[in-house]
Write a protein that binds this ligand. Structure first.
Ligand code: HEM
Length: 131
């Protein structure tokens, strides 16, 4: 697995506007070959950058996306944010995953109650709520 972090310094006054851009994002990356997940991470500490994390099956899959029309369309609105929204240049970091672990319950806790197709998760939640 291959992870790419794009660290974007966003000025505090524009944090909400930046998040709003992602709320109606194109979602074209979601169906790209080799795409595994995307996360938008908002900093807790003022001054730290936002991080856009994407995970791919391989570096080639990531590079294929960056060269695609889907990448262009996925960023078509990004230029609407004014220059002063950014406190510096974005920094791209590429990582190869060498080890990982995940608790089984993490999957269940991520989903919303009543989400379609996740019956098993609702059952787990019902059990937890009863306990
Ligand atoms: C370097 C300059 C970049 C800036 C300022 C930037 C900023 C943004 C913004 C504001 C959006 C929201 C969508 C929109 O407004 O159209 C967006 C979408 C996105 N960005 Fe970037 N981005 C940059 C490059 C990258 C890179 C190199 C990656 C690779 C990790 C990346 C990952 C993503 C993803 C996954 C989305 C969602 C696209 C989709 O829904 O299809 N961005 N970006």
């Amino acid at each position: 697995m291959f992870i790419v972090m794009n660290r974007i310094p966003v000025t505090p006054e524009y944090a909400e506007a930046f998040v709003a851009r992602f709320q109606d994002r194109a979602a074209l990356v979601d169906n790209m070959p080799g795409f595994l997940w995307f996360r938008l991470l908002r900093p807790i500490k003022e001054g730290d950058p936002f991080v856009v994390e994407t995970c791919w099956e391989s570096k080639d899959h990531f590079e294929n996306w960056t060269r695609s029309d889907e990448f262009k369309q996925g960023h078509a609105q990004a230029g609407k944010l004014p220059r002063e929204a950014f406190g510096g240049h974005p920094k791209l970091e590429l990582y190869q995953v060498v080890q990982e672990a995940e608790r089984g319950e993490v999957l269940a806790s991520r989903s919303q109650p009543g989400e379609p197709g996740l019956g098993i998760v609702s059952e787990i939640e019902a059990d937890v709520n009863r306990a």
